[in-house]
Design a protein around this ligand. Structure first.
Ligand SMILES: Nc1nc2c(ncn2[C@@H]2O[C@H](COP(=O)(O)OP(=O)(O)O)[C@@H](O)[C@H]2O)c(=O)[nH]1
Ligand SMILES: [Mg+2]
Length: 517
């Protein structure tokens, strides 16, 4: 198989193998679905950037890709799903609902144009192929957003996240029906963008995401949240922040993490706007020169100008109004203040060094680290679990009980193999975090801890402790979960308990091997 060398790891390979073996035993239409699953298994992890409209999703996408390519604010294209994937030549394609495609030229600034010259209602989504290296690891999917008043955008986003209402229009052809398309099209992981104050529909959207992406997939394993627009938080509204914006953002992010748990592992503060400007060439040496001029202003004038965007642009000063408007657009008041502070402390700072300072202040590095730790490191498990869920959904949608049973049996055989332990762990985690299996709080916490990281110290909740202690604890917990599985647990709990017992046992074996080696 040509995709084999691109598979994320052994679990993806096992699921790919299962699809191939089952193909001759299922209907033509299910087989077509399996081919799609196979194709996706060979592609980079599909990460959707989701969240309310105007939360700064497109801005963050640009920052992550390192190029200002996704249109922000308003315009037709901000209401479309855009998939950014790796390609050897930069190219954007409009994809219509009837499957036809049309190449879309970039605008003069190298961006996807805001508006289209075609019938918007006929456009399904955009495919952007870019040479940027980040996209070799992730396909980034920009979404229009949930919770907007624009119902068409919401529907497009929901379809992408796999949360759209399932329709039964099964026709007798080997074309994929809508149900099947949804089953394989859903994103595999989500970067969820929230701003100050998590609303009820954020929660609903996250819940829909976990429920729909894949029954075998878990929240904290494939969902990361960022608290964007951290610069706009008024520190006075956060007790204990000592008037510091970033500290306030960090505290608020922690609070939101406890609200969103266990759907996401944690919430990371970020200033998407500053990250975008610093990463994509939006911040220029002319901007640095203007900021240098501003850093020469006396304290009283400067503080007055920073009171509001209006005062900043209208106050009389040597920097032209147009330039000030541009600074506001690229950095906003907080970024401007940070830059001027840096220049006052170190007047010789070069434009390049100033750009780096701004990048550091944006918190983007924290988001990148987390993406690598949560998504990239576990892409194999995430992709395999999503593929298995698609396979299950396809078999269900076929309406043929015999086919359903064959697929079900094949999956059970796969999951029973020792190599598939990580998949079972992901499944157990999902069952517990989604509430499908009820566990006492302390046990649910333990399942989460063991299942949502691959670092032994963290899994045991004993980071940095001596090897011997870790080993003893792993063995003790293995024993505890085994007896819980046999006595005291409900059948559903017991299924989870067996998996957790095995996880501890494998940790113990790994520690033993380390000690011996
Ligand atoms: N102050 C500030 N503004 C931001 C930030 N991120 C995005 N914005 C602005 O918020 C507006 C909406 O951003 P956009 O990326 O289009 O949001 P989307 O609808 O979620 O894709 C734009 O004007 C951005 O410049 C940020 O971190 N801080
Ligand atoms: Mg957008």
């Amino acid at each position: 198989m040509s995709t084999e060398q691109h598979l994320a790891g052994p679990l993806s390979a096992a699921v790919a193998n299962l699809c191939q073996r089952l193909q001759p035993q299922v209907s033509a239409r299910t087989a077509a679905g399996f081919r799609e699953v196979l194709r996706r298994l060979g592609a980079p992890l599909q990460v959707a950037v989701a969240g309310r409209i105007k939360s700064g999703k497109s801005t963050l996408v640009n920052a992550l890709i390192g190029r200002r390519v996704a249109p922000t604010d308003v315009g037709e294209c901000t209401r479309l799903v855009t998939r950014f994937q790796y390609g050897t030549v930069d190219r954007v394609e409009l994809v219509f609902f009837d499957g036809t495609k049309q190449v879309l030229p970039f605008d003069v600034g190298g961006m996807i144009p805001k508006d289209l010259e075609v019938d918007f209602d006929k456009v399904s989504h955009l495919e952007a192929y870019l040479t940027n290296a980040v996209l070799q690891n992730f396909t980034v999917i920009d979404t229009p957003g949930l919770g907007s008043l624009d119902l068409a955008s919401v529907k497009r986003t929901e379809q992408l996240l796999g949360a759209a209402a399932q329709q039964d229009d099964a026709a007798d052809s080997d074309e994929l029906d809508e149900t099947s398309r949804n089953a394989v099209a859903g994103a595999e992981a989500v970067l969820y963008v929230v701003t100050q104050g998590v609303r009820a529909d954020d929660q609903q959207a996250l819940a829909a995401f976990t429920a729909a992406t894949a029954s075998r997939e878990a929240g904290p394993v494939n969902a990361i949240a960022v608290l964007n627009k951290a610069d706009t938080i008024t520190p006075e509204s956060v007790e204990g922040s000592d008037g510091d914006v970033w500290k306030a953002a960090t505290m608020l992010a922690e609070k939101q993490a406890s609200t969103l748990k266990p759907r996401v592992a944690d919430v990371i503060p970020v200033i998407g706007l500053i990250a975008e400007s610093a990463e994509s060439g939006g911040f220029t040496s002319a901007d640095a020169d203007a900021l240098r001029l501003l850093s020469g202003l006396d304290d009283a004038t400067w503080e007055t100008m920073l009171i509001s965007a209006d005062i900043f642009t209208s106050w009389e000063c040597d920097v032209p109004t147009g330039t000030r408007l541009r600074l506001l657009e690229t950095l906003d008041l907080y970024g401007i203040r940070r830059a001027v502070d840096a220049l006052r402390a170190e007047p010789d700072l070069t434009a390049g060094a100033l750009r780096r300072r701004l990048l550091d202040a944006s918190g983007l590095a924290g988001v990148r680290t987390r993406l690598d730790a949560v998504f990239r490191a576990r892409a194999d498990g995430i992709k395999a679990a999503a593929a298995l869920a698609s396979v299950t959904a396809l078999a269900h949608a076929s309406g043929d009980p015999g086919e359903r049973q064959r697929v079900h049996d094949a999956i059970e055989v796969l999951l029973a193999k020792p190599e598939a332990h990580q998949l079972r762990l992901l499944e157990a985690l999902t069952l517990v975090t989604s509430g499908a299996v009820n566990m006492p709080d302390d046990l649910a916490e333990e399942v989460l801890r063991v299942g949502s990281t691959a670092e032994i110290g963290e899994q045991l909740g004993m980071k940095g402790r001596p090897h011997k202690e870790l080993s003893a604890y792993a063995l003790e917990r293995a024993g505890w979960w085994r007896s819980f599985a046999s006595f005291g647990a409900t059948p559903a709990q017991s299924r989870v308990a067996h998996v957790i017992h095995r996880a501890y046992f494998l940790i113990w074996q790994q520690l033993k091997a380390q000690a011996a080696g």
